[in-house]
Design a protein around this ligand. Sequence first.
Ligand code: GTP
Length: 521
Amino acid sequence: MGSPASTPQEIAREAVKLLTARRLPPTPDNFQAAYHEVAGTRPLQPFPLAQLRQIAQALPERTPAQVRFKALFNKAVSRHSWDDLEKLLTQNPLASAAPAAAPEPAVPRAPSVPPASAAGSEGALLPPDLAEQTARLIDVGLPLVAADDARLREMGEELVRYLRLEQQHAPTLRRMLADYAYRLSFGVEEQLGVRQGLLGLLKQVFEHIDAISPDNPWLRQQMQALVQAAQPPLSQRRLEDLQSRLKDVIVKQAEAREQTVRAQALMRETLATFLERLAQTATSTGQYQAKFEACAQALERADSLADMAPVVQDAIQTARAFAVDTQRVAEELTELRDRADRAEAEVQRLRAELDQMAELVTHDLLTGVLNRKGLASAIDRETRRAERTCTRVCIALLDVDDFKRLNDTLGHLAGDAALKHLADVARRSLRPQDTIGRYGGEEFIIVLPDTTPEEAAGVVQRLQRDLSAHLFLQGEQKVLITFSAGITELRHDESVEAAIARADAAMYRAKRAGKNRVMTG
Ligand SMILES: Nc1nc2c(ncn2[C@@H]2O[C@H](COP(=O)(O)OP(=O)(O)OP(=O)(O)O)[C@@H](O)[C@H]2O)c(=O)[nH]1
């Protein structure tokens, strides 16, 4: 070889010579190798276009992030750009954080996290307060979202632990958050499905109970209220109310069923015995009557004392048998009376038992709101909740104005309907967390959790406005129902009775001040 080749033509020529000298066939690969050897350069690997296109085709496209990743991959391949491919494979979160196990299913994902270099945060540390807030956010939600998913709970707890370390590495945190969010999206969807399914089931159960309920207007009304109450949105209070109403329904149903069964059994038994005795008495009386008549005829026909003697004997025997039979009937009747007495005692006992069961009922029969007993437990529950959550709870005592006059002019039934109207408007007007109950006669109590006396006054005044907007209809007549109210805050260190007495005193002040107003005590 002379002076080193410097132009491509010279290099090519030298390369051909080299192939000839080595007796190698001039294939493109051999020529390329000889060319680089002469030029003293590194042989370039050809760009594996076909193989990369094959890989691109196999890439999944189930999530928006995957679709984006595939588009970028295809673009880099079309441009034969190793640089773009390298960037894409090393910096894209989808490539670096993809779960090793199953491929990602088609679930909506949060917009993908920008590449670390783009965010300029590679290796950046999270401010401690932000880390703690994020940890709390995840920690607080875990019992709900991971209740039925042990893996999600594990991932959440791991994330919380990591966030509570002294420092967090941004790419690691990004990966952990992406994995958690990905799994969480399933968990939330599952929980929503379960919730909807349960509500549907509850509604079906209520409708079924309604269909088999005895024809009792109160029960029917309660069942309809239950079906209505089992609609979203649900709250803990609504569920407690549902539970308490369902208890009432169960007690009432048991009561109605037992009463019916007992009454039917007693009636059937008494009737059967009565008919049996009637038949017996009729038969035996008829038989004796015939015998006595036969004796009388024989006596008439008898001419002598000797003829009479057997007839008399027969008559005496018949009379004795009649007496024995009568005695037996008397004894049986006494036994029947004893049985009736025992049945009566049983009915009394049952009635006492039913009275006891009625004690368990927590809702007012007329208006459907809580009764005194239900109110007592609602107040107790809210007081304890307020203590636990360090919040305030108020009660408002409402007394309908001039109710006696309404009863006197429109009748007692209209008075009843007016109370029901008030309860219905109140139920619609009050906030979901408030509870109303009938304290007695024309008095109602509203329990207002997490409320100051001023806010409570606002709630009650809104109810007054709603009552003016929804007049009570009695036939053609529109009647305005007003009430006076006393409001007080429940204190932890006093009895409920003391608080009610204070609300009552405030309510009386409202009456004296001209009615249809609210006072705080
Ligand atoms: N229709 C009906 N009336 C009731 C019921 N409970 C109590 N009442 C009547 O409510 C009336 C209350 O009368 P009062 O205590 O004099 O009060 P008022 O007429 O509302 O007068 P003020 O309270 O001073 O506005 C009485 O006549 C009771 O008989 C009920 O369940 N139905």
